[in-house]
Design a protein around this ligand. Structure first.
Ligand code: NAD
Length: 353
């Protein structure tokens, strides 16, 4: 029998394909805007400038100061640039860091956003914004945060370095993994998440051989879209909580942390929701979702140990403390001993049992 569900509806317009960057000026015009501030990280400044040139009269300038975890002082500078340029919308070209800056501007000014994602992190379809101020990261959800338009251009992902390709894809799989057991899941997220698993399974080994493989890049970006949509429309649990703790309180890098945690958080919850995680076990083999993901990550030379990301063994107790301080919904009860054990396994890089 079909499970009862509530489908919140989709509000973000999506354009997907090769060379779709050419459509960005039309998308800005379609929103009724005339002066777009183009955002990027310093690393992607040249691409942002080229996009501003392409926007011509519809460009208000470029702000290339986006950095990881959306520090509010950078947002303040970007808003000053937005106002000084008399901009009426933002165009965010880049990964989650740039998308985060666009969202932070949008939620403060009401500006519309056109997002052009160039990683698989998946911020573009969500109503979630994580920001840092005074060394603390806080996350909120608000409909105002969700971008109006997302333009996926597969060609822009051809330059994504292989290591980030792999960790960013595992970051995306983590959204789908928690989506499979989310209490508010519905057929749209279930179908797209299920679709994303074989797409990533096939695309990543192909990209490890040839990062310029356009068909594999298209598959991976399509899968990332589904995972992003899932992240943006259902509630996340243990995996995202732990990633938030390790990133926010210990400064660990975003995509790599998700990549290392994923097999362990999956294995932790698997006994409680084995049937719901079956699409992962069926896709990645080894008869168990967590184990299958660990072997998949290993085959791609993904980082496997929290110790390699800069975490100290002495930090594991404090990380456990923070992660278990406030209760939150999770398929399997979150216990101190259970999380301490999970973190030790991830610290050592052992295959989850
Ligand atoms: P990122 O945006 O920081 O990008 C990493 C680096 O790769 C940057 O220097 C960037 O310029 C470069 N880069 C990106 N795409 C490239 C490409 N195609 N070719 C060459 N270089 C490229 O990394 P990320 O993992 O995409 O994003 C991480 C951030 O996103 C974190 O702050 C995280 O909290 C946030 N995030 C938020 C959400 C949400 O829903 N709010 C979801 C996922 C991630």
């Amino acid at each position: 029998m079909t499970r009862p569900f509530t489908f919140p509806g989709l509000t973000t317009r999506v354009v997907f394909g090769h060379g779709t960057l050419a459509q960005v000026p039309d998308e800005v015009a379609r929103l009724g805007h005339h002066r777009a501030l183009v955002l990027s990280t310093p690393h992607q400044q040249a691409e942002a400038q080229a996009l501003a040139d392409r926007l011509g009269d519809r460009a208000a300038g470029v702000f290339a100061g986006a950095v990881m975890h959306t520090p509010t002082d950078v947002t303040d500078q970007a808003i000053a640039a937005f106002r000084a340029a008399n901009a009426d919308c933002v165009v965010s070209l880049g990964g989650g860091s740039t998308t985060g800056l666009g969202k932070a501007i949008a939620v403060r000014t009401g500006a519309d956003q056109v997002v052009i994602p160039t990683t698989y992190a998946g911020s573009e379809m969500t109503d979630i914004l994580g920001e840092t101020a005074g060394g603390e990261k806080t996350t909120r959800r608000d409909p105002e945060i969700r971008p109006e338009v997302v333009v996926y251009d597969v060609d822009l992902t051809l330059t994504l370095p292989l290591a980030l390709t792999v960790t960013s894809a595992l970051n995306a799989i983590a959204h789908a993994m928690e989506g499979f057991y989310a209490p508010d899941r519905h057929p749209v997220t279930e179908a797209l998440s299920r679709d994303a698993m074989p797409a990533f399974r096939d695309a990543l080994p192909a990209l490890a051989k040839d990062p310029q493989d356009k068909k594999a890049r298209a598959k991976a970006l399509y899968a990332a879209w589904g995972c992003s949509l899932t992240l943006g429309h259902v509630t996340m649990a243990l995996h995202h909580k732990l990633a938030h703790v390790l990133g926010g309180s210990f400064g660990l890098p975003h995509a790599e942390t998700h990549a290392v945690l994923l097999p362990h958080t999956t294995a932790y919850n698997e006994p409680a929701v084995e049937d719901l995680l079956r699409p992962i076990a069926d896709t990645f083999g080894y008869d168990a979702a967590g184990k299958g993901l660990w072997h998949f990550a290993k085959s791609l030379n993904a980082p496997l140990r929290l110790s390699d990301l800069g975490l100290k063994e002495a930090d594991l107790d404090r990380a456990t403390e923070i992660a278990t301080k406030n209760p939150y919904a999770n398929p399997r009860p979150v216990t101190r001993d259970g999380i301490r054990h999970l973190l030790q396994q991830a610290f050592d890089g052992r295959c989850p049992a």
